[in-house]
Design a protein around this ligand. Structure first.
Ligand code: GLY
Length: 422
């Protein structure tokens, strides 16, 4: 089987590594890729938002399956174009990708499926904003205002703040840009990401993971696309994990089928484990980054065959997934100023070591690898437990050099110390 992977992040680098290990995968191509993925797959240029462009490339490389990594092409319907050309595609069509593309749509689906989530109010006019803000936030007993962009925002559309003026400014800015805003009640509790491979009704959950969205140690500073992650999640009881699959993901998948927008691909549920049980923070329509880097490091089952089974509606026959024991930790190395406008163009030293997954990197004409984005690379360490996996990840990171770069030093620390409590 020849596989074309669309995307250019560390998530796609991790997908390619796992696909390469599948004995049934005979050829790999990636577009647009990065300096790291070029070592694993034929690298091509493509406009990832163009269905015609991706189909033409898939035909050129004789792909048997296209795996679409990022959300933007999925929300734009690129998977529909690939399937219409008769090529298997891992990733939902445009209708189903709305579960990530519109937070208001996701709330509708959750309500219909009877799934617990935050109380929400959708504001689509500046005139309604102040009264809505008064109904949320600290005065109503919550510890913070939660203001979300209805549309895709690369992980940066959410502001959680106890400062009404900050909440108001974020909401007003979104409304000015023509984006509806969601005000939500704050869900208090540790967060978990659960990735499920889905082909309509059949749901195959992967190991749970936790990611770290704030830029600074101790969950301080602004939100980012993700600064690190670990898997599995030792503090998540098995019955809660099974309940998430049974009471949340399966009913949502069934509701999508009922609406005629059956979900085929990776359904990612982000949850807060509150005192009253799990509650959904968000759904995404693709593998999450950086959790994928940790989860796939532990997957023993052949990834190409798993994704192909989902793409062709054969997931029910795939059988139990197999996992390596132990734990995996991934830590993101970000460029100076990220999550603001990142500094780019600096030489990255040590990035060709095992365990380094590239994201914002490119190879210059003189052969040097240079930074070209905010999240430059991830390192992944595995070990018998989280402590060992953390030590390995930070050890690898210690051998990478990038001027002005920064990373969090506390990824998986509380979990490794047994200090996360449900
Ligand atoms: N880890 C957050 C995301 O992928 O959206």
């Amino acid at each position: 089987m020849r596989v074309l992977v669309i995307g250019s992040g560390a998530r796609e680098h991790a997908l390619l590594l796992a696909l390469r290990d599948d004995p049934q995968v005979t050829g790999l191509a990636v577009a647009p890729g990065n300096a790291g993925t070029a070592r694993l797959a034929e690298q091509h240029e493509v406009d990832i938002t163009s269905g015609d462009g991706v189909v033409a490339l898939a035909q050129e490389v004789r792909a048997d399956m296209v795996v679409i990594g990022p959300e933007v092409p999925l929300v734009l319907g690129v998977a529909d174009a690939v399937r219409a050309a008769g090529i298997a595609c891992f990733g939902p069509g445009k209708d189903a990708a709305r579960i990530e593309g519109s937070k208001a749509f996701a709330k509708e689906v959750m309500a219909a499926a009877g799934v617990r989530t935050a109380n929400t109010e959708i504001v689509d006019s500046p005139a309604l904003l102040d009264a809505a803000l008064d109904r949320f936030g600290p005065p109503s007993g919550d510890p913070a205002w939660v203001v979300k962009d209805d549309r895709l925002a690369a992980g940066k559309g959410v502001v959680v703040t106890a400062d009404r003026e900050v909440a108001r400014a974020h909401a007003a800015g979104l409304l000015e840009a023509g984006h509806p805003v969601l005000l939500e009640s704050f869900l208090d509790g540790p967060e978990v990401s659960l990735f499920c491979v889905v082909d309509g009704h059949t749901v195959v959950p992967l190991l749970p993971a936790q990611d770290f969205k704030r830029v600074g140690d101790g969950d301080t500073g602004p939100n980012t696309g993700g600064m690190g992650a670990y898997a599995p999640v030792p503090w998540l009881p098995d019955d809660v994990y099974r309940g998430i699959v049974h009471d949340i993901v399966e009913p949502v998948a069934a509701e999508m089928v009922r609406r005629g927008s059956s979900f085929s691909g990776l359904l990612y549920v982000g949850l807060a484990i509150t005192e009253r049980g799990p509650a959904v923070v968000e759904f995404n329509c693709r593998f999450g980054d950086p959790e994928t880097q940790a989860v796939l490091a532990l997957l023993e089952s052949p990834l190409g065959q798993l994704l192909y089974a989902a793409s062709t509606g054969a997931l029910a026959d795939f059988g139990e997934l197999r996992w390596r024991g132990g734990a995996a930790v991934t830590v993101v190395l970000a460029a100076e100023s990220y999550p603001g406008r990142p500094r780019v163009g600096d030489v990255v030293v040590g990035s060709e070591a095992d365990g380094v997954l590239h994201a914002g990197t490119t190879r210059r004409d003189d052969g040097e690898i240079v930074s070209s984005g905010g999240r430059v690379l991830s390192v992944v360490g595995t070990g018998v437990d989280l402590t060992a996996a953390r030590a390995r990840a930070y050890d690898i990171l210690g051998s990478v050099r990038l001027p002005g770069s920064h990373f969090r030093s506390d990824i998986a620390l509380l979990a490794a110390e047994g200090k996360v409590r449900v």
